[in-house]
Design a protein around this ligand. Sequence first.
Ligand SMILES: Nc1nc2c(c(=O)[nH]1)N[C@H]1C(S)=C(S)[C@@H](COP(=O)(O)O)O[C@H]1N2
Ligand SMILES: [Mo]
Length: 199
Amino acid sequence: MARTGFGRGQLRDPRLPPGQYDTGSSWPVLTAEVSPKLTADTWSFRVDGLVERARTWDWQAAHRLEPSTWEGDIHCVTSWSKLGTGFTGVSLDTFLAETGVLPTATHVVAWSHTGYTTNLPLAEVTGGRAWVVWEHEGKPLPHEHGGPARLLVPNLYFWKSAKWIGGLRLLDHDEPGFWEQRGYHELGDPWLEQRYSGD
Ligand SMILES: Nc1nc2c(c(=O)[nH]1)N[C@H]1C(S)=C(S)[C@@H](COP(=O)(O)O)O[C@H]1N2
Ligand SMILES: [Mo]
């Protein structure tokens, strides 16, 4: 079936959550802050807070971990979705297995090297649900899309996928991040249309 047949009043692609449209081969850039001067040489990823052993990986150390590729759909709260796209990096499960997680941990705050933050329940980023990624469709992740490395949490609206990811802090409580402090939903499930606080 022709992909161009999907549209208003016509067959709707079942991969599109309510209120979303297919952005096709384009990939919009949404950045709230000034893009950082960050390269593979200056990038690092830290996991701390309620863990047994806080740890920081540099580019080489992160690339020694078991790689994994995810393919699927991503959904921005501004209503575009990008369907059938692929990223490669390392599962957060792999990083967290190296630090251990204390039983009191319930949430994480993901932070970017720029200062951008976003909060997530621990259960939403474990069990094969979240990755630190550095490749998009076999090529280095473009800088404007968060390269050298970003978080990928595809089950939630894309504001949770922090670009230029710097680390995760494990907490025993929820702590609203940049957009959550500005009225966005604490969780952000696109299938439940959790766009704004109270949705
Ligand atoms: N550091 C940082 N990460 C961010 C953002 C941002 O402004 N800064 N925007 C978020 C939002 S709202 C979306 S939709 C996606 C956009 O990613 P893209 O620009 O690669 O499409 O990144 C998310 N991660
Ligand atoms: Mo977004």
